[in-house]
Design a protein around this ligand. Structure first.
Ligand code: SF4
Ligand code: F3S
Ligand code: FES
Length: 248
């Protein structure tokens, strides 16, 4: 059975905007993105929204729904009370381009700053031999769909524009952790994690982990282990050397 839902949507561009109220039809089984599309089709043809897959896999439809960072295509309308007003706003941590679409280039800039996987020159592709535990660790981190919800929610940059140059955010600290724990990566990434990518700013609040639609344990499996490795290194450089030698 369908019903009419009350939607309050942020509309604006060029640094200015306001919340606007709409009443939109909702059918059984729909998600928030369906309703936004109906809004576009029937009442607000110029409403800007970014999406691609409608299957929780492209990471495009990130927005804030009742103040919570979420994927609009994975948020079922049935999770709301039919009488409640659903407020939809753009990601708060990144600049708005128009309406619900934000400029997430901060994330691409951080990604580019991380040196890529650097295996030993004498091991050719096809010759890598890894323990299953190392394979599984990388596989968990590589489920990331780059929705940037974790980046958006982290308090270090959410309300602190001034921290952005010094902090790469959970998604990219996770990438550094993945590479640093990779048995075939030859670069030492610990100093950079701390000095260039701001690992020390993270105080393990775990908000990033809570919003990850892929259920990646960002804090427990990436950030805390990376912090432990940086601390070990600080107290005893031989710990680092040993960890690299004995893994081979
Ligand atoms: Fe999104 Fe999770 Fe990847 Fe962060 S780690 S960008 S929340 S999929
Ligand atoms: Fe931010 Fe996640 Fe650390 S939310 S503070 S990166 S645990
Ligand atoms: Fe692709 Fe939502 S549209 S994740």
């Amino acid at each position: 059975m369908g019903h009419k839902a009350k939607f309050r949507v942020w509309r604006g561009e060029g640094g200015e905007g306001q919340l606007e109220d709409y009443t939109v039809e909702v059918n059984e089984g729909e998600v928030v993105l369906d309703v936004i599309h109906r809004l576009q089709a029937t009442q607000a043809p110029d409403l800007a929204v970014r999406w691609n897959c409608k299957a929780g896999k492209c990471g495009s439809c990130s927005m804030e729904i009742n103040g919570r960072p979420r994927l609009a295509c994975m948020t079922r309308m049935s999770t709301f009370d039919p009488n409640e007003t659903i407020t939809v706003t753009p990601l708060r941590t990144f600049p708005v381009i128009k309406d619900l679409v934000t400029d997430v280039s901060f994330n691409y800039e951080k990604a580019l700053q991380i040196p890529s996987f650097t295996p030993p020159s004498n091991v050719k592709p096809g010759e890598f031999r890894m323990q299953q535990v190392d394979v599984e660790r990388s596989q968990e981190f590589r489920k990331c769909i780059e929705c940037f919800l974790c980046q958006n929610v982290c308090h270090v940059i959410r309300d602190h524009e001034e921290n952005k140059p010094a902090f790469a955010g959970p998604r990219f600290l996770m990438r550094i952790a993945e590479l640093d724990m990779h048995p075939y990566d030859t670069l030492d990434r610990k100093n950079a994690a701390q000095e260039e990518f701001g690992l020390g700013y993270c105080n393990i609040t775990k908000c990033c982990t809570e919003v990850c639609p892929e259920g990646i344990k960002i804090t427990d499996n990436a950030l805390i282990p990376l912090k432990e490795r940086v601390v070990d290194r600080k107290y005893d450089p031989l710990v680092w050397l040993g960890s690299k030698i004995f893994k081979r």
